[in-house]
Design a protein around this ligand. Structure first.
Ligand code: F6P
Length: 319
């Protein structure tokens, strides 16, 4: 293998740069040339390439975002778009493509694989919604960012004796809400994996108030809807002043945590090692602390496991 391409696609995630760095440096170690493909699949279709060297990835390990930038292309999801992408890779003699992204991006990679492109995937998304890997690149940092922000929200919520509904990202996955909620001792969680009984939640909040609790945090995963409606209904049901905060895009930025740097660097390294060994059409996953290559389609079909135990414990501790 002489030349590979690398792109980041979909929502950016802290640690994507660490993964890019690891892919480029491991490839150069094996004397493989790397083309950085800018702006994800859209940049691939525009032939927006930057040949990368050892300096291209210097000083990026600790940077949030993605130096390759990212996009959501309209043309790439079409059959014509995918065929064109495969032709362009051939034209530029790019023998394999490393795709760093979430579910949608890796589904795109699967379409290219079916057209004969050698693919290696790295799950990169703050959502942690990829069933085949215990963690995705960016999730740990997003949770830490949420925890830091909720600490500030708690200060003002306490001072005013209020309830605050904190909305976090995650698409249909409640992991950011669950892990952040667990770590801040949220009084309640509204997540897609569990049915929501708002009356029961409000009863619990009032029991806490009667016992002397001066404030409450309700974690809300975006997959269950927006915070405004919940604030209104919680205020109606409890009679307690209820405010809301959508943490939004701050969850996607910032320096990656130690865990994400480690995860991304390992995934990048193993991505190229698998390529070198001719094991393509796979995605690099972390399972029980080990890095394994899982066949792409199988990985995409694996249902995401819910951390039931963490949820149960959070319920016990939130009384
Ligand atoms: O997949 C990552 C994510 O941040 C989701 O949590 C969120 O629903 C979505 O991307 C937002 O996407 P966009 O950047 O297109 O607004």
């Amino acid at each position: 293998m002489k030349r590979i391409g690398i792109l980041t696609s979909g929502g950016d995630a802290p640690g994507m740069n660490a993964a890019i760095r690891a892919v480029v440096r491991t490839a150069l170690y094996h004397k493989i040339e790397v083309y950085g493909i800018n702006r994800g699949y859209a940049g691939l279709l525009d032939k927006d390439f930057t040949p990368m060297n050892v300096y291209s990835v210097a000083d990026i390990l600790d940077k949030g975002g993605t130096i390759l930038r990212t996009s959501r292309s309209d043309f790439f999801p079409t059959e014509a778009g995918q065929r064109r992408a495969a032709e362009i890779l051939k034209e530029y003699k790019i023998e394999a493509l490393v795709v760093i992204g979430g579910d949608g991006s890796l589904n795109g990679a699967l379409c290219l694989k079916r057209l004969g492109v050698e693919i290696i995937g790295i799950p990169g998304t703050i959502d942690n919604d990829f069933g085949a890997s215990d963690y995705t690149v960016g999730f740990d940092t997003a949770v830490s960012t949420a925890i830091e922000a909720i600490g500030k929200i708690r200060d003002t919520t306490f001072s005013h004796n209020r309830i605050n509904v904190v909305q976090v990202m995650g698409r249909t996955c409640g992991d950011i809400a669950l892990y952040a909620g667990f770590s801040v001792g949220a009084e309640a969680m509204i997540i897609p994996e569990k049915p929501t009984d708002l009356e029961k939640i409000c009863e619990g909040l009032l029991i806490g108030k009667d016992r002397g609790k001066l404030h409450s945090i309700v974690m809300l995963a975006e997959g269950c809807g927006g915070y405004r409606d919940y604030c209104k209904r919680i205020e109606e049901l409890t009679g307690v002043s209820t405010k809301g905060t959508n943490l939004g895009y701050i969850q996607r930025g910032g320096a990656p945590s130690h865990f994400d740097r480690n995860l991304a660097s390992n995934m990048g390294y193993y991505a190229v090692e698998n390529l070198v060994q001719g094991n393509t059409g796979v995605v690099i996953c972390r399972v029980d602390g080990k890095y394994i290559a899982v066949e792409l389609e199988e990985a995409l079909n694996r249902p995401k496991k819910f951390n039931e135990k963490m949820y149960q414990i959070s319920q016990v501790l939130a009384i």
